[in-house]
Design a protein around this ligand. Structure first.
Ligand SMILES: Nc1ncnc2c1ncn2[C@@H]1O[C@H](COP(=O)(O)OP(=O)(O)OP(=O)(O)O)[C@@H](O)[C@H]1O
Ligand SMILES: [Mg+2]
Length: 481
Protein backbone atom coordinates (compact mmCIF):
# COMPACT_ATOMS: atom_id res chain seq x y z
CA UNK A 1 0.00 0.00 0.00
CA UNK A 2 2.91 2.36 0.59
CA UNK A 3 3.22 3.34 -3.05
CA UNK A 4 -0.33 4.68 -2.84
CA UNK A 5 -0.01 6.70 0.30
CA UNK A 6 0.99 9.84 -1.58
CA UNK A 7 -2.21 9.86 -3.63
CA UNK A 8 -4.77 12.41 -2.56
CA UNK A 9 -8.00 10.40 -2.75
CA UNK A 10 -10.23 13.20 -4.04
CA UNK A 11 -10.71 12.54 -7.76
CA UNK A 12 -11.10 15.01 -10.60
CA UNK A 13 -13.69 13.81 -13.11
CA UNK A 14 -14.10 15.22 -16.60
CA UNK A 15 -17.70 14.27 -17.30
CA UNK A 16 -17.93 14.47 -21.07
CA UNK A 17 -20.65 14.00 -23.65
CA UNK A 18 -18.85 11.08 -25.27
CA UNK A 19 -16.29 10.04 -22.68
CA UNK A 20 -15.23 10.52 -19.07
CA UNK A 21 -11.68 10.90 -17.81
CA UNK A 22 -10.42 10.91 -14.23
CA UNK A 23 -7.26 12.22 -12.63
CA UNK A 24 -5.88 12.21 -9.12
CA UNK A 25 -3.02 14.07 -7.45
CA UNK A 26 -0.08 11.79 -6.67
CA UNK A 27 1.83 14.24 -4.53
CA UNK A 28 3.67 15.77 -7.46
CA UNK A 29 1.27 15.94 -10.41
CA UNK A 30 -2.20 14.87 -11.50
CA UNK A 31 -2.19 11.30 -12.81
CA UNK A 32 -4.84 10.08 -15.24
CA UNK A 33 -6.50 6.96 -13.84
CA UNK A 34 -6.47 4.13 -16.39
CA UNK A 35 -9.62 2.16 -17.11
CA UNK A 36 -9.85 -1.63 -17.00
CA UNK A 37 -8.71 -1.99 -20.61
CA UNK A 38 -5.74 0.29 -20.05
CA UNK A 39 -7.32 3.23 -21.90
CA UNK A 40 -7.54 6.58 -20.19
CA UNK A 41 -11.21 7.27 -20.82
CA UNK A 42 -14.52 5.62 -20.09
CA UNK A 43 -16.95 5.89 -23.01
CA UNK A 44 -20.02 7.69 -21.67
CA UNK A 45 -22.34 4.87 -22.66
CA UNK A 46 -24.81 3.02 -20.44
CA UNK A 47 -26.33 -0.12 -21.89
CA UNK A 48 -27.64 -3.51 -20.90
CA UNK A 49 -26.33 -7.01 -21.48
CA UNK A 50 -28.18 -10.15 -22.52
CA UNK A 51 -28.94 -10.90 -18.89
CA UNK A 52 -30.65 -7.51 -18.51
CA UNK A 53 -27.93 -6.06 -16.30
CA UNK A 54 -26.56 -2.55 -16.72
CA UNK A 55 -23.15 -2.33 -18.38
CA UNK A 56 -21.19 0.89 -18.43
CA UNK A 57 -18.62 2.12 -20.94
CA UNK A 58 -19.04 -0.54 -23.61
CA UNK A 59 -20.47 1.09 -26.74
CA UNK A 60 -21.84 -1.14 -29.46
CA UNK A 61 -22.43 -0.47 -33.14
CA UNK A 62 -25.38 -2.83 -33.05
CA UNK A 63 -28.82 -1.82 -31.85
CA UNK A 64 -29.73 -5.33 -30.76
CA UNK A 65 -29.80 -4.13 -27.16
CA UNK A 66 -30.74 -0.64 -26.00
CA UNK A 67 -27.98 1.71 -24.93
CA UNK A 68 -27.92 5.32 -23.84
CA UNK A 69 -25.18 7.67 -24.89
CA UNK A 70 -24.62 11.43 -24.66
CA UNK A 71 -26.40 11.61 -21.32
CA UNK A 72 -24.71 14.96 -20.63
CA UNK A 73 -26.97 16.54 -23.23
CA UNK A 74 -30.06 15.35 -21.35
CA UNK A 75 -28.99 16.44 -17.86
CA UNK A 76 -31.34 19.05 -16.54
CA UNK A 77 -34.19 17.96 -18.81
CA UNK A 78 -37.28 15.93 -17.97
CA UNK A 79 -36.31 13.29 -20.55
CA UNK A 80 -37.11 9.66 -19.67
CA UNK A 81 -34.65 7.05 -20.96
CA UNK A 82 -35.64 3.46 -21.55
CA UNK A 83 -33.40 0.59 -20.48
CA UNK A 84 -34.09 -2.86 -19.02
CA UNK A 85 -37.76 -2.32 -19.79
CA UNK A 86 -38.10 0.65 -17.43
CA UNK A 87 -37.60 4.39 -17.53
CA UNK A 88 -34.70 6.21 -15.98
CA UNK A 89 -34.23 9.92 -15.31
CA UNK A 90 -31.01 11.48 -16.69
CA UNK A 91 -29.33 11.82 -13.24
CA UNK A 92 -29.80 8.08 -12.71
CA UNK A 93 -28.08 7.24 -16.00
CA UNK A 94 -25.32 9.67 -15.13
CA UNK A 95 -25.04 7.98 -11.71
CA UNK A 96 -24.27 4.66 -13.41
CA UNK A 97 -21.29 6.35 -15.06
CA UNK A 98 -20.15 7.89 -11.78
CA UNK A 99 -20.56 4.59 -9.88
CA UNK A 100 -18.33 2.90 -12.47
CA UNK A 101 -15.77 5.72 -12.32
CA UNK A 102 -15.76 5.53 -8.51
CA UNK A 103 -15.12 1.79 -8.73
CA UNK A 104 -12.24 2.31 -11.13
CA UNK A 105 -10.71 5.00 -8.93
CA UNK A 106 -11.00 2.76 -5.87
CA UNK A 107 -9.39 -0.13 -7.74
CA UNK A 108 -6.55 2.15 -8.80
CA UNK A 109 -6.03 3.73 -5.39
CA UNK A 110 -6.61 0.54 -3.41
CA UNK A 111 -9.01 2.24 -1.01
CA UNK A 112 -12.32 4.01 -0.68
CA UNK A 113 -13.03 7.19 -2.63
CA UNK A 114 -15.78 9.44 -1.29
CA UNK A 115 -15.05 12.81 -2.90
CA UNK A 116 -14.89 14.30 -6.36
CA UNK A 117 -14.50 17.51 -8.32
CA UNK A 118 -16.55 17.23 -11.51
CA UNK A 119 -16.26 19.40 -14.60
CA UNK A 120 -19.24 20.99 -16.28
CA UNK A 121 -19.51 22.97 -19.47
CA UNK A 122 -19.09 26.69 -18.78
CA UNK A 123 -22.37 27.31 -20.58
CA UNK A 124 -24.33 24.81 -18.47
CA UNK A 125 -27.35 26.23 -16.70
CA UNK A 126 -28.56 25.64 -13.15
CA UNK A 127 -30.82 22.64 -14.03
CA UNK A 128 -27.87 20.79 -15.57
CA UNK A 129 -25.67 21.57 -12.57
CA UNK A 130 -28.41 20.40 -10.21
CA UNK A 131 -28.71 17.14 -12.17
CA UNK A 132 -24.97 16.49 -11.79
CA UNK A 133 -25.21 17.16 -8.05
CA UNK A 134 -28.03 14.63 -7.84
CA UNK A 135 -26.09 12.06 -9.88
CA UNK A 136 -23.07 12.46 -7.59
CA UNK A 137 -25.30 11.85 -4.56
CA UNK A 138 -26.78 8.74 -6.15
CA UNK A 139 -23.22 7.49 -6.72
CA UNK A 140 -22.38 8.23 -3.04
CA UNK A 141 -19.81 10.83 -3.99
CA UNK A 142 -19.35 14.05 -2.05
CA UNK A 143 -19.30 16.63 -4.83
CA UNK A 144 -16.72 19.14 -3.63
CA UNK A 145 -16.87 21.44 -6.65
CA UNK A 146 -18.50 21.79 -10.05
CA UNK A 147 -15.65 23.13 -12.12
CA UNK A 148 -16.21 24.95 -15.41
CA UNK A 149 -14.45 23.15 -18.27
CA UNK A 150 -12.26 26.07 -19.41
CA UNK A 151 -11.14 26.75 -15.85
CA UNK A 152 -10.16 23.07 -15.53
CA UNK A 153 -8.15 23.28 -18.75
CA UNK A 154 -6.44 26.48 -17.60
CA UNK A 155 -5.65 25.04 -14.18
CA UNK A 156 -3.95 22.06 -15.81
CA UNK A 157 -1.36 24.38 -17.35
CA UNK A 158 -0.05 25.17 -13.91
CA UNK A 159 0.66 28.55 -12.47
CA UNK A 160 3.90 30.27 -13.43
CA UNK A 161 5.57 33.20 -11.71
CA UNK A 162 4.40 35.59 -14.44
CA UNK A 163 0.94 36.55 -15.67
CA UNK A 164 0.12 35.03 -19.04
CA UNK A 165 -3.04 35.33 -21.10
CA UNK A 166 -4.48 32.30 -22.86
CA UNK A 167 -7.41 31.55 -25.08
CA UNK A 168 -8.86 28.16 -24.17
CA UNK A 169 -10.51 26.41 -27.11
CA UNK A 170 -12.31 23.27 -25.92
CA UNK A 171 -14.07 21.35 -28.65
CA UNK A 172 -15.25 17.93 -27.48
CA UNK A 173 -17.90 15.50 -28.64
CA UNK A 174 -21.00 17.49 -27.84
CA UNK A 175 -20.14 20.92 -26.47
CA UNK A 176 -17.89 23.82 -27.30
CA UNK A 177 -16.37 26.03 -24.62
CA UNK A 178 -14.01 28.92 -25.00
CA UNK A 179 -12.55 31.36 -22.50
CA UNK A 180 -9.93 34.06 -22.28
CA UNK A 181 -8.05 33.47 -19.04
CA UNK A 182 -5.18 35.08 -17.20
CA UNK A 183 -2.97 32.72 -15.22
CA UNK A 184 -0.34 33.93 -12.84
CA UNK A 185 0.93 33.75 -9.28
CA UNK A 186 -2.56 34.69 -8.03
CA UNK A 187 -4.27 31.81 -9.82
CA UNK A 188 -6.68 31.62 -12.73
CA UNK A 189 -8.93 34.55 -13.70
CA UNK A 190 -11.54 34.17 -16.42
CA UNK A 191 -11.70 37.44 -18.38
CA UNK A 192 -14.34 36.41 -20.91
CA UNK A 193 -16.14 33.20 -21.85
CA UNK A 194 -18.59 31.88 -24.42
CA UNK A 195 -19.71 28.56 -25.80
CA UNK A 196 -22.29 26.43 -27.53
CA UNK A 197 -23.86 23.45 -25.75
CA UNK A 198 -24.69 21.84 -29.12
CA UNK A 199 -21.46 21.99 -31.08
CA UNK A 200 -18.84 19.27 -31.27
CA UNK A 201 -17.49 16.14 -32.89
CA UNK A 202 -20.98 14.59 -32.95
CA UNK A 203 -21.99 17.24 -35.49
CA UNK A 204 -18.95 16.40 -37.61
CA UNK A 205 -19.96 12.74 -37.56
CA UNK A 206 -23.45 13.73 -38.69
CA UNK A 207 -22.00 15.66 -41.65
CA UNK A 208 -20.20 12.48 -42.75
CA UNK A 209 -23.39 10.46 -42.25
CA UNK A 210 -25.30 12.90 -44.48
CA UNK A 211 -22.59 12.74 -47.12
CA UNK A 212 -22.59 8.93 -47.06
CA UNK A 213 -26.38 8.75 -47.33
CA UNK A 214 -26.22 11.04 -50.38
CA UNK A 215 -23.59 8.78 -51.94
CA UNK A 216 -25.86 5.78 -51.34
CA UNK A 217 -28.79 7.59 -52.92
CA UNK A 218 -26.77 8.37 -56.04
CA UNK A 219 -25.33 4.90 -56.43
CA UNK A 220 -28.21 2.70 -55.32
CA UNK A 221 -31.20 5.01 -55.78
CA UNK A 222 -32.49 4.34 -52.28
CA UNK A 223 -33.07 6.76 -49.45
CA UNK A 224 -31.96 5.15 -46.18
CA UNK A 225 -31.94 8.38 -44.18
CA UNK A 226 -34.96 7.36 -42.09
CA UNK A 227 -33.58 3.96 -41.15
CA UNK A 228 -32.29 4.38 -37.58
CA UNK A 229 -30.35 1.11 -37.70
CA UNK A 230 -28.53 2.17 -40.87
CA UNK A 231 -27.82 5.66 -39.52
CA UNK A 232 -26.33 4.16 -36.39
CA UNK A 233 -23.98 1.92 -38.31
CA UNK A 234 -22.85 4.74 -40.57
CA UNK A 235 -22.35 7.09 -37.61
CA UNK A 236 -20.16 4.50 -35.89
CA UNK A 237 -18.01 4.07 -38.99
CA UNK A 238 -17.92 7.84 -39.61
CA UNK A 239 -16.54 8.56 -36.16
CA UNK A 240 -13.76 5.99 -36.63
CA UNK A 241 -12.78 7.26 -40.08
CA UNK A 242 -12.96 10.88 -38.97
CA UNK A 243 -10.28 10.20 -36.38
CA UNK A 244 -8.18 8.52 -39.02
CA UNK A 245 -8.30 11.68 -41.13
CA UNK A 246 -6.49 13.61 -38.42
CA UNK A 247 -3.33 11.75 -39.41
CA UNK A 248 -4.11 10.32 -42.87
CA UNK A 249 -4.99 12.33 -45.98
CA UNK A 250 -7.64 9.88 -47.18
CA UNK A 251 -9.79 7.11 -45.82
CA UNK A 252 -12.65 4.83 -46.85
CA UNK A 253 -15.91 4.20 -45.03
CA UNK A 254 -16.43 0.51 -45.26
CA UNK A 255 -20.12 -0.46 -44.90
CA UNK A 256 -20.87 -4.00 -46.00
CA UNK A 257 -24.49 -5.20 -45.96
CA UNK A 258 -26.11 -2.04 -44.70
CA UNK A 259 -29.32 -3.64 -45.94
CA UNK A 260 -29.91 -6.92 -47.75
CA UNK A 261 -29.14 -5.22 -51.05
CA UNK A 262 -26.89 -2.28 -50.18
CA UNK A 263 -23.17 -2.51 -49.43
CA UNK A 264 -20.98 0.54 -49.97
CA UNK A 265 -17.40 1.78 -49.70
CA UNK A 266 -17.26 5.55 -49.54
CA UNK A 267 -13.86 7.23 -49.97
CA UNK A 268 -13.36 10.43 -48.00
CA UNK A 269 -10.44 12.84 -48.12
CA UNK A 270 -9.27 15.09 -45.32
CA UNK A 271 -9.82 18.06 -47.57
CA UNK A 272 -13.46 17.08 -48.25
CA UNK A 273 -14.08 16.44 -44.55
CA UNK A 274 -12.56 19.75 -43.52
CA UNK A 275 -14.78 21.51 -46.04
CA UNK A 276 -17.84 19.84 -44.45
CA UNK A 277 -17.03 21.14 -40.99
CA UNK A 278 -15.95 24.58 -42.15
CA UNK A 279 -19.25 26.28 -41.17
CA UNK A 280 -19.00 24.74 -37.67
CA UNK A 281 -15.42 25.93 -37.23
CA UNK A 282 -16.44 29.41 -38.34
CA UNK A 283 -19.28 29.29 -35.82
CA UNK A 284 -16.84 28.35 -33.06
CA UNK A 285 -14.62 31.31 -33.99
CA UNK A 286 -17.70 33.51 -33.59
CA UNK A 287 -17.86 32.37 -29.96
CA UNK A 288 -14.13 33.04 -29.56
CA UNK A 289 -14.80 36.56 -30.83
CA UNK A 290 -17.58 36.94 -28.25
CA UNK A 291 -15.25 35.82 -25.44
CA UNK A 292 -12.59 38.26 -26.64
CA UNK A 293 -15.15 41.07 -26.85
CA UNK A 294 -16.24 40.36 -23.27
CA UNK A 295 -12.59 40.39 -22.11
CA UNK A 296 -12.04 43.71 -23.85
CA UNK A 297 -15.24 45.28 -22.57
CA UNK A 298 -14.88 44.16 -18.98
CA UNK A 299 -11.09 44.11 -18.58
CA UNK A 300 -9.80 46.30 -21.40
CA UNK A 301 -7.91 43.39 -22.86
CA UNK A 302 -6.83 43.80 -26.52
CA UNK A 303 -6.91 40.70 -28.71
CA UNK A 304 -3.14 40.98 -29.27
CA UNK A 305 -2.66 40.35 -25.57
CA UNK A 306 -3.44 36.64 -26.01
CA UNK A 307 -0.07 34.88 -25.65
CA UNK A 308 -1.11 31.35 -26.52
CA UNK A 309 -4.10 29.27 -27.53
CA UNK A 310 -4.68 26.10 -25.53
CA UNK A 311 -6.42 23.21 -27.27
CA UNK A 312 -8.65 20.89 -25.28
CA UNK A 313 -11.16 18.23 -26.31
CA UNK A 314 -10.73 15.38 -28.78
CA UNK A 315 -11.99 17.31 -31.79
CA UNK A 316 -9.06 19.74 -31.64
CA UNK A 317 -6.92 16.95 -33.08
CA UNK A 318 -8.32 17.91 -36.49
CA UNK A 319 -5.35 19.64 -38.18
CA UNK A 320 -7.29 22.44 -39.91
CA UNK A 321 -8.68 23.66 -36.59
CA UNK A 322 -5.23 24.32 -35.26
CA UNK A 323 -4.27 26.17 -38.42
CA UNK A 324 -7.44 28.28 -38.34
CA UNK A 325 -6.76 29.33 -34.76
CA UNK A 326 -3.16 30.34 -35.44
CA UNK A 327 -4.41 32.40 -38.34
CA UNK A 328 -7.26 33.94 -36.35
CA UNK A 329 -5.01 35.08 -33.50
CA UNK A 330 -2.07 35.96 -35.75
CA UNK A 331 0.16 33.58 -33.76
CA UNK A 332 2.85 31.10 -34.78
CA UNK A 333 1.72 27.48 -35.03
CA UNK A 334 3.73 26.64 -31.87
CA UNK A 335 1.71 29.18 -29.89
CA UNK A 336 -1.36 27.00 -30.45
CA UNK A 337 -0.54 24.43 -27.81
CA UNK A 338 -1.52 20.80 -27.84
CA UNK A 339 1.38 19.51 -25.76
CA UNK A 340 -0.88 18.08 -23.07
CA UNK A 341 -3.15 15.41 -24.54
CA UNK A 342 -6.33 17.41 -25.31
CA UNK A 343 -8.47 14.48 -24.19
CA UNK A 344 -6.88 14.57 -20.72
CA UNK A 345 -6.37 18.27 -20.09
CA UNK A 346 -9.65 18.99 -18.27
CA UNK A 347 -9.39 15.87 -16.12
CA UNK A 348 -5.84 16.83 -15.13
CA UNK A 349 -7.03 20.30 -14.18
CA UNK A 350 -9.86 18.84 -12.12
CA UNK A 351 -7.43 16.42 -10.43
CA UNK A 352 -5.13 19.32 -9.64
CA UNK A 353 -7.89 21.41 -8.07
CA UNK A 354 -9.24 18.33 -6.23
CA UNK A 355 -6.16 18.25 -4.04
CA UNK A 356 -7.40 21.44 -2.34
CA UNK A 357 -10.22 19.44 -0.72
CA UNK A 358 -9.74 17.25 2.32
CA UNK A 359 -10.84 13.66 1.72
CA UNK A 360 -13.84 12.73 3.86
CA UNK A 361 -14.15 9.51 5.87
CA UNK A 362 -17.63 8.75 4.54
CA UNK A 363 -20.22 9.82 2.05
CA UNK A 364 -21.87 12.77 3.75
CA UNK A 365 -25.15 12.93 1.86
CA UNK A 366 -28.04 13.17 4.27
CA UNK A 367 -31.06 13.03 1.96
CA UNK A 368 -33.22 10.13 3.06
CA UNK A 369 -33.42 7.26 0.62
CA UNK A 370 -30.13 8.11 -1.09
CA UNK A 371 -28.36 4.99 0.12
CA UNK A 372 -31.28 2.81 -0.87
CA UNK A 373 -31.30 4.40 -4.31
CA UNK A 374 -27.56 3.80 -4.63
CA UNK A 375 -27.89 0.15 -3.64
CA UNK A 376 -30.74 -0.31 -6.11
CA UNK A 377 -28.71 1.17 -8.97
CA UNK A 378 -25.68 -0.91 -8.07
CA UNK A 379 -27.75 -4.06 -7.84
CA UNK A 380 -28.84 -3.46 -11.43
CA UNK A 381 -25.25 -3.32 -12.66
CA UNK A 382 -23.32 -6.27 -14.05
CA UNK A 383 -20.27 -7.51 -12.16
CA UNK A 384 -17.53 -4.94 -11.82
CA UNK A 385 -14.94 -4.78 -14.54
CA UNK A 386 -11.85 -6.93 -13.84
CA UNK A 387 -9.81 -4.01 -12.52
CA UNK A 388 -12.45 -3.18 -9.95
CA UNK A 389 -12.30 -6.70 -8.59
CA UNK A 390 -8.82 -6.04 -7.31
CA UNK A 391 -10.32 -3.78 -4.65
CA UNK A 392 -10.78 -6.93 -2.62
CA UNK A 393 -7.06 -7.69 -2.81
CA UNK A 394 -5.54 -6.57 0.44
CA UNK A 395 -2.31 -7.56 2.15
CA UNK A 396 -3.09 -10.66 4.27
CA UNK A 397 -3.01 -8.86 7.58
CA UNK A 398 -4.92 -5.85 6.47
CA UNK A 399 -8.67 -5.95 6.75
CA UNK A 400 -10.60 -3.76 4.30
CA UNK A 401 -12.44 -0.88 5.96
CA UNK A 402 -16.19 -0.77 6.35
CA UNK A 403 -17.37 0.60 2.96
CA UNK A 404 -19.26 3.87 2.96
CA UNK A 405 -22.12 2.14 1.16
CA UNK A 406 -22.75 -0.24 4.06
CA UNK A 407 -26.51 -0.21 4.76
CA UNK A 408 -27.34 1.61 7.99
CA UNK A 409 -28.85 -1.57 9.50
CA UNK A 410 -25.49 -3.31 9.42
CA UNK A 411 -23.09 -0.46 9.95
CA UNK A 412 -22.80 -0.89 13.71
CA UNK A 413 -22.13 -4.62 13.55
CA UNK A 414 -19.66 -4.15 10.67
CA UNK A 415 -17.76 -1.47 12.61
CA UNK A 416 -17.73 -3.58 15.75
CA UNK A 417 -16.62 -6.70 13.89
CA UNK A 418 -13.80 -4.89 12.19
CA UNK A 419 -12.64 -3.37 15.42
CA UNK A 420 -12.72 -6.78 17.12
CA UNK A 421 -10.81 -8.39 14.27
CA UNK A 422 -8.13 -5.69 14.16
CA UNK A 423 -7.56 -5.58 17.89
CA UNK A 424 -7.12 -9.34 18.34
CA UNK A 425 -4.39 -11.42 16.67
CA UNK A 426 -5.31 -12.45 13.13
CA UNK A 427 -5.49 -16.14 13.92
CA UNK A 428 -6.99 -15.40 17.33
CA UNK A 429 -9.43 -17.60 19.16
CA UNK A 430 -12.54 -18.23 17.13
CA UNK A 431 -11.91 -15.28 14.86
CA UNK A 432 -11.78 -17.32 11.63
CA UNK A 433 -15.53 -17.48 10.96
CA UNK A 434 -16.02 -13.84 11.95
CA UNK A 435 -13.22 -12.80 9.66
CA UNK A 436 -14.69 -14.87 6.79
CA UNK A 437 -18.17 -13.44 7.40
CA UNK A 438 -16.81 -9.89 7.49
CA UNK A 439 -14.82 -10.32 4.25
CA UNK A 440 -17.81 -11.87 2.46
CA UNK A 441 -20.04 -9.01 3.61
CA UNK A 442 -17.59 -6.29 2.49
CA UNK A 443 -16.97 -8.03 -0.84
CA UNK A 444 -20.71 -8.19 -1.49
CA UNK A 445 -21.04 -4.45 -0.88
CA UNK A 446 -18.08 -3.69 -3.12
CA UNK A 447 -19.50 -5.92 -5.83
CA UNK A 448 -22.88 -4.21 -5.45
CA UNK A 449 -24.69 -7.46 -4.77
CA UNK A 450 -28.48 -7.30 -4.54
CA UNK A 451 -30.14 -6.20 -1.30
CA UNK A 452 -31.31 -9.72 -0.44
CA UNK A 453 -27.76 -11.04 -0.55
CA UNK A 454 -26.45 -8.13 1.54
CA UNK A 455 -29.15 -8.79 4.11
CA UNK A 456 -28.27 -12.49 4.25
CA UNK A 457 -24.55 -11.81 4.64
CA UNK A 458 -25.22 -9.02 7.13
CA UNK A 459 -27.26 -11.40 9.32
CA UNK A 460 -24.50 -14.00 9.10
CA UNK A 461 -22.00 -11.35 10.23
CA UNK A 462 -24.24 -10.41 13.15
CA UNK A 463 -24.49 -14.08 14.17
CA UNK A 464 -20.72 -14.56 14.05
CA UNK A 465 -20.18 -11.36 15.97
CA UNK A 466 -22.56 -12.52 18.70
CA UNK A 467 -20.70 -15.83 18.94
CA UNK A 468 -17.35 -14.05 19.31
CA UNK A 469 -18.80 -11.85 22.02
CA UNK A 470 -20.12 -14.80 24.03
CA UNK A 471 -16.60 -16.23 24.22
CA UNK A 472 -15.56 -18.29 21.29
CA UNK A 473 -14.36 -21.87 21.40
CA UNK A 474 -10.64 -22.50 21.15
CA UNK A 475 -10.79 -23.89 17.63
CA UNK A 476 -12.34 -21.95 14.78
CA UNK A 477 -15.61 -23.73 14.00
CA UNK A 478 -17.40 -24.20 10.72
CA UNK A 479 -20.51 -22.11 10.54
CA UNK A 480 -23.50 -24.38 10.58
CA UNK A 481 -26.57 -22.20 10.15
N1 LIG B 1 -8.01 12.10 -33.58
C1 LIG B 1 -9.19 12.68 -33.62
N2 LIG B 1 -9.56 13.43 -34.69
C2 LIG B 1 -10.78 14.00 -34.74
N3 LIG B 1 -11.70 13.91 -33.79
C3 LIG B 1 -11.38 13.19 -32.70
C4 LIG B 1 -10.14 12.55 -32.55
N4 LIG B 1 -10.11 11.89 -31.38
C5 LIG B 1 -11.30 12.10 -30.80
N5 LIG B 1 -12.07 12.88 -31.59
C6 LIG B 1 -13.44 13.33 -31.32
O1 LIG B 1 -13.45 14.04 -30.11
C7 LIG B 1 -14.72 13.90 -29.49
C8 LIG B 1 -14.53 13.47 -28.07
O2 LIG B 1 -13.76 14.43 -27.44
P1 LIG B 1 -13.79 14.58 -25.86
O3 LIG B 1 -13.56 13.27 -25.24
O4 LIG B 1 -12.89 15.70 -25.52
O5 LIG B 1 -15.30 15.01 -25.69
P2 LIG B 1 -16.18 14.94 -24.39
O6 LIG B 1 -15.42 15.52 -23.26
O7 LIG B 1 -16.72 13.59 -24.23
O8 LIG B 1 -17.40 15.86 -24.79
P3 LIG B 1 -17.77 17.34 -24.34
O9 LIG B 1 -16.58 17.99 -23.77
O10 LIG B 1 -18.24 17.95 -25.60
O11 LIG B 1 -18.89 17.16 -23.37
C9 LIG B 1 -15.49 12.86 -30.29
O12 LIG B 1 -16.40 13.50 -31.15
C10 LIG B 1 -14.39 12.17 -31.08
O13 LIG B 1 -14.87 11.65 -32.30
MG1 LIG C 1 -14.98 17.54 -22.63
Amino acid sequence: MTEHTSFHPVVGIDLGTTSCTMAVWNGAEPIVIPGPDGGSTLPAVVGQNQAGQIVVGRPSASDALPQIDRIKRDLGTEERLRLRGRHYRPPEICAFLLIELKRQAEAFLGGAVHDAVITVSGSAGEPQRRAIREAAGLAQLNLRLLLDDPVAAAAALGVGDQDRTYAIYDLGGGTFDTAIVRIGPDGVAVLGAAGDPQLGGDDFDEHIVGYTLRQIRERHHVDLSRDEHVRRRIRWEAERRKRELSTAETTVLDLPLLTATVSVSVPLSRRAFEAMIEPDVTKSLGHVAAALAAAELEHGLPRRAVDQVILSGGSTRIPSIRARLADYFGLDAEAVRADVDPAELNARGAGLIAREFEPAMIFEGSRPGLLGANLRLRAEMADPSPAAETIGLQPPDLLPGVPAETPADFRAVADASRSLLTTTPAGGRGRGPLRAAYLAFVAAIQAADPDSRLTELGRRLATEYDRSGRGAPDQPTETSD
